[in-house]
Design a binder for this molecule. Structure first.
Ligand code: MN
Length: 304
């Protein structure tokens, strides 16, 4: 037996201090991604949303490391060109962390720019797979700052590399092995800046490694710790199976859907969100109908 993607879930939340949610995510198995936008007014939302759309459009062709890098480059071009055309979006940018699960090779192919992280959870341990492109990340790596100092640093959210600010972007690529029982976790800094790695692992375990429950609990933990930034979590379970075999559909929670009504929400997005929610309706209606019919028959028989 090999490795296949099991259940997966994504939850996003504006947090407790911000009105807008500038985070976006992609769940297009075997491709998953997070983008955390930045920019004035609503440019941050626009940047992460443009990156999300570009990554989703590239998902079908992204079958290896080059595909992952290509998806990020096309997202970069999309954001950069829009920022050139639209003065209100000048200077906008976004992080992008893209994970392609290669079931046949039992590997994850990761590409990233910025400080949105990828982790592998394995047997109680959480291992960070990405290197933060952030000011505090660089200070930690050069030995000038400790993790604890970084956690409270006033400039901890400053990133040193972003998507959309230059015509080309330097993408960090890395690959790591995966095994059945592992979880792949992608998150924005709204989680990693609020909840320590060891606590993230504990929360995931407390939820029995259930991606949906764990993602909700992690967002809850970030909010309980202050929720100073938007929080987004994507969790993917890896299980034993025959690579390439049809997977059981996994419900994906939209969490709290960011209010992007002012932005260009495409018909396709609306259709997809609608389909996700709507697919559970027929069964629910059938059950409600049966209950109503039973109640009516009982009521009728009492009268008679
Ligand atoms: Mn953030």
């Amino acid at each position: 037996m090999g490795l296949v993607i099991g259940r997966y879930a994504a939850v996003t939340d504006p947090g407790r201090r911000r009105r807008h949610n500038e985070d976006s995510y992609v769940c297009a198995p075997p491709l998953f991604a997070i983008a955390d936008g930045m920019g004035g007014a609503q440019a941050g939302e626009l940047a992460s949303r443009l990156a999300k759309t570009a990554i989703e459009e590239s998902a079908g062709g992204a079958v290896d490391e080059d595909g992952v890098a290509g998806a990020i480059q096309s997202a970069n071009a999309r954001v950069f060109e829009r920022a050139l055309q639209d003065p209100s979006a000048a200077g906008m940018g976004t992080t992008a962390t893209v994970a392609l699960v290669d079931e046949r090779e039992a590997m994850v192919r990761l590409g990233h720019v910025g400080d949105s992280r990828a982790y592998r959870y394995r047997g109680g341990e959480l291992e960070q797979l990405t290197v933060d492109h952030s000011l505090v990340g660089e200070l930690i790596r050069s030995g000038r700052l400790t993790e604890d100092e970084a956690a409270v640093h006033p400039h901890r959210s400053v990133i040193t590399r972003a998507l959309g600010t230059e015509p080309d972007v330097d993408v960090d690529m890395t690959s790591t092995d995966l095994a059945p029982g592992d979880l792949l976790l992608l998150c924005s800094d709204g989680l990693s800046a609020m909840v320590r790695d060891a606590d993230i692992a504990r929360v995931v375990e407390a939820q029995g490694l259930d991606p949906q429950r764990a993602a909700e609990a992690l967002v809850g933990a970030a909010n309980a710790a202050g929720g100073i930034d938007n929080v987004t979590v994507v969790l993917v379970e890896l299980v034993e199976g025959e690579p390439g075999e049809r997977r059981v559909a996994s419900p994906v929670s939209e969490g709290e859907i960011p209010d992007t009504s002012e932005l260009e929400r495409t018909e396709e997005d609306v259709a997809r969100h609608g389909a996700g929610k709507g697919s559970r309706w027929p069964a629910l209606l059938l059950v409600l109908g049966l209950i109503a019919a039973t109640a009516f028959v009982l009521w009728w028989s009492f009268l008679a």
